[in-house]
Design a protein around this ligand. Structure first.
Ligand code: FAD
Length: 523
């Protein structure tokens, strides 16, 4: 029989057995009432559409207590000794990170929407539920003339989902990633304990959960720093033909601190001609197959300057200063848009891709942090690897000077580039097809070269790190975490000792409870 079919059948059989098991164990163990054994199909995969796996049941919590009850029951029961649990925000992961095949998925969007402004020590904060969308946080804070400082490009992601990975965008070089803008959280640990944590209180959990890939606990509330919201944004794109000049200009602008946002894109072919007045720049441009050949590559430096309607002359001065830094460039486009439209810029593109049937397709995405000294090498590797492929989807490349799990390899380097190759496969390129396999292999080839040890460690690689890594086993994760691994492992043992949480990250194997292992003679 065909291997995928056998796997599918055995997963289905396993799910039936587990449903039976959970239902009968419900008689003996207290499980939350709002568990459903009917799993909606959209919870069996994610935005990537590469990895599939159905949970046996879905919890739709009405409060953090429901989450705590489920995790406590699993932690204290020797019978539930293979069961895993994944919190799921909007499932915008691309490699199965929010899945729990045969286990429980907690649908964080079911928690009542809770977004409250809090004033304290001269700064304003927002308390947002872990399942709240960033667009909802933005809309609510804007009603008070306020806004979080650090963003992701796309806002239909949950607070808990992005704080589990880091949360980065063009504001990061100035404001830090989203995880640097959180001052307090409520977390349900793998043992089911509800813990409030901050820099001062339970600080190991606080630091470990931020960017902790859902391994230590489930975020049910985060307190996030706010700033006054600027009404308007000057959104600027400057076209470059030379990669070195593009990176030089980007670094000059970042170091000057004169803009509020900076990202960059590699584009191929002719820039699309538009005769319509524009109200947004496009990044996806997914309709065309463009082959990334060196002579047709060009580079867009995208910047934003926030300003107040009352202070137009100040904004004009700032803009003139920035443009003077990239003065040799002739192709400069500027749009004036509202702050909300700027931050929510990917939404229109999403809706347009949905209309074309190009949103719900496989997304073999790849995200890397590449040390500054290696970015030219990576650029050349990228063009070489993909020279005969279609590139539909944005290729984002920009510099950042703060850290999540950052390259530690190249001696003394603290500046690195974020490289995001965000390709969409054609709708026909489904799992198991040679076209999807081909795209994945290209990614693997680039990731292997980029993440191999760099010259300061006697290697020929680039010392890059993956952002939201797609790795297969503990060994690869050890390598990824490097010096941080030991600490991460210790925190995992403390807060999720049975390795129940976020199995889709493939970091730790589920452990049996001590008692069950001893009875089975495994100790
Ligand atoms: P999910 O995919 O549902 O979950 C992700 C992981 O976090 C899983 O392991 C899950 O178990 C865990 N998790 C979910 N909720 C919680 C919680 N409350 N507590 C603890 N763990 C939890 N990322 C950026 O940094 N910058 C960007 O600009 C950016 N743009 C994106 C644009 C698009 C179109 C897409 C699809 C993704 C983008 N991402 C970006 C990636 C995105 O931030 C991550 O995939 C994020 O994890 C998705 O959030 P989610 O709510 O969908 O989480």
């Amino acid at each position: 029989m065909h291997l995928p079919l056998i796997l599918e059948l055995s997963t289905a059989l396993l799910s039936i057995l587990l449903v039976f098991f959970f239902r009968s164990s419900n008689i003996f163990f207290k499980l939350p009432a709002n568990l459903s054994f009917q799993v909606p199909v959209n919870l069996t995969s994610d935005y990537g559409r590469i990895i599939h796996g159905s949970p046996a049941a879905v919890l739709k919590p009405s409060s953090p207590d429901d989450i705590s009850l489920l995790l406590k029951s699993i932690y204290s029961s020797p019978l539930h000794n293979d069961v895993t649990v994944a919190a799921r925000g909007t499932g915008h992961s691309t490699h199965g990170q929010a899945l729990a095949p045969g286990g429980f998925v907690i649908d964080m969007r079911s928690l009542p929407l809770s977004i409250t402004i809090v004033d304290g020590d001269g700064t304003s904060y927002v308390d947002a539920g872990g399942g709240a969308l960033w667009i909802d946080v933005l809309n609510e804070t804007l009603r008070h003339g306020l806004s979080p400082r650090s963003w992701t490009d796309y806002l239909y992601l949950t607070v808990g989902g992005t704080l589990s990975v880091g949360g980065i965008s063009g504001q990061t070089f100035k404001q830090g990633p989203q995880i640097s803008n959180v001052v307090e959280m409520d977390v349900v640990t793998g043992k089911g304990e509800i813990v409030q944590c901050s820099e001062q209180e339970n600080s190991d959990l606080f630091h470990g959960v931020l960017g902790g890939l859902g391994q230590l606990g489930i975020i049910t509330r985060a307190r996030i720093k706010l700033r006054p919201a600027p009404p308007m944004v000057a959104w600027i794109r400057v076209k470059h033909h030379d990669f070195d000049q593009f990176t030089r200009h980007g670094e000059l602008v970042v170091n000057s601190g004169e803009v509020d946002y900076l990202e960059g894109f590699i584009k191929f072919g002719d820039a699309p001609q538009s005769h319509q007045p524009k109200n947004a720049f496009s990044r996806f441009g997914a309709e065309r197959c463009v082959k990334p050949r060196q002579p047709t590559a060009y580079y867009l430096l995208e910047m934003a300057i926030y300003y107040d309607d009352d202070d137009v002359s100040d904004a004009a001065k700032k803009r003139a200063k920035v443009l003077a830094r990239v003065s040799s460039m002739t192709s400069v486009e500027i749009l004036e848009v509202s702050y909300l439209d700027f931050l929510n810029r990917v939404r229109e593109e999403e809706l347009s891709l949905r209309r074309m049937g190009l949103w719900d397709v496989p997304h073999p995405w790849m995200n890397l942090f590449v040390p500054r000294s290696q970015i030219r090498r990576f650029h050349d590797l990228f063009l070489r690897t993909m020279s005969d492929s279609c590139v539909n989807g944005p290729i984002i490349i920009w510099n950042l000077n703060t850290s999540i799990v950052v390259p530690q390899d190249e001696a003394g380097e603290d500046v690195f580039y974020v490289v995001s190759v965000l390709r969409a496969a054609p709708p026909t390129c489904t799992v198991g097809s040679s076209c999807l396999d081909g795209l994945m292999q290209q990614n693997e080839q680039m990731i292997r070269m980029a993440t191999a040890r760099g010259s300061s460690h006697g290697g020929g690689g680039m010392g890059a790190k993956q952002y939201m890594p797609y790795l297969q086993c503990e060994e690869e994760w050890r390598e990824h975490f490097g010096q941080k691994w030991k600490r991460f492992e210790e925190l995992k043992s403390k807060f999720d000792p049975l390795n129940v949480l976020a199995p889709g990250q493939r970091i730790f194997k589920r452990r049996k409870p001590l008692k069950a292992s001893a009875e089975a003679g495994e100790l």
